[in-house]
Design a protein. Sequence first.
Length: 147
Amino acid sequence: MAISAITEALLAAKKASGVSFSDLEAKLGRDEVWIASVFYRQATASPEEAKQIIEAIGADESLIDELTICPLKGSLEPVIPTDPLIYRFYEIMQVYGMPLKAVIHEKFGDGIMSAIDFTLDVEKVEDSKGDRVKVIMCGKFLPYKKW
């Protein structure tokens, strides 16, 4: 996956500052996943949010305007991802995508889950057999229109 020069600069400043996405969540009052999506240019920050992010990580102020530009969404190449963590989500959709679709249609009818009116949260679940990752996706149901 190619990372833009803007993302590289933001991540370098974040690392140098020692600020986590969780720290930024507390400062901005926005979810850490949404803030990370701003870093990866998959979401747009308001001028105030962009300024807070840049100041918190000590990045060059010239990046403030960049974070307010509507991004070109969809950062993955149109091939099977090779990064193991990202691939796992691809694999999950290969195995559970159709069952998930069937259950959603059974509960809601013919439609989709919005990725626009949407939240995504990641939680750490402590477990004696090894910590677990809990991913919570919550999107508005959008029924297909008849015309």
